[in-house]
Design a protein around this ligand. Structure first.
Ligand code: AMP
Length: 190
């Protein structure tokens, strides 16, 4: 079993790369953002709760997010491995994930981070917002708030995984295929 965290700021390309890796290595891809959006669309209790946070570009509270993530993992007992995309985003989520996997005799093997400059990301997100209609991608002030959340709560996870010798940074600017190759080089050595 090989488990990775695909890491990076909003718009870095985590979702795109996760889908390629999922198919190539037969992994289960869990995107917490996708799970929240599915719940919002279906107006579930979780979706209604998460909506106000997501619409404003704020992180959803840890307890809600951690419970949701655990439930997604439990749905896939027979997985070869997981790609965690958009999770963890805070230190307490990272600790909860470590403990949860540990109980199952598993662990995170590596955090693969897509490194991209913020100005490039704002343009990418605004473009994605036009195509997808995602409301949190359409307003520059909400996008800036998501970066603020990332910089204040999520970026520290680089150190968290670095201390465990599990951080692998990759240049996230380039063609999708070139970036996939860089990720695969790391993944295959984990
Ligand atoms: P994403 O699709 O990963 O960019 O996530 C979209 C939004 O969902 C984020 O801006 C947060 O509001 C929420 N979200 C996704 N993952 C998490 C997480 N791990 N912790 C808290 N909020 C999250």
């Amino acid at each position: 079993m090989k488990n990775i965290v695909l890491f990076g700021p909003p718009g870095a390309g985590k979702g795109t790369q996760a889908e390629v890796l999922r198919d190539k290595y037969d992994l289960v891809h869990i995107s917490t953002g996708d799970v929240f959006r599915f719940n919002m669309k279906n107006e579930t209790e979780l979706g209604i709760l998460a909506k106000s946070y997501i619409d404003n570009g704020n992180l959803v509270p840890d307890e809600v997010t951690i419970n949701m993530l655990k439930a997604e993992v439990e749905k896939n007992e027979k997985a070869n491995g997981f790609i965690f995309d958009g999770f963890p985003r805070t230190e307490s989520q990272a600790v909860a994930l470590d403990n949860f996997l540990h109980q199952k005799g598993a662990a995170i093997d590596g955090m693969i981070a897509l490194e991209v400059e913020e100005d490039v990301l704002v343009e990418r997100l605004l473009k994605r917002g036009e195509i997808s209609g995602r409301s949190d991608d359409q307003d520059e002030s909400k996008i800036r708030n998501r970066f603020n959340e990332y910089n204040t709560k999520t970026a520290v996870l680089k150190d968290f995984f670095d201390k465990q010798d599990k951080y692998y940074g990759i240049n996230g600017v380039g063609s999708i295929g070139d970036i996939t190759s860089l990720i695969c080089n790391v993944f295959e050595k984990l």
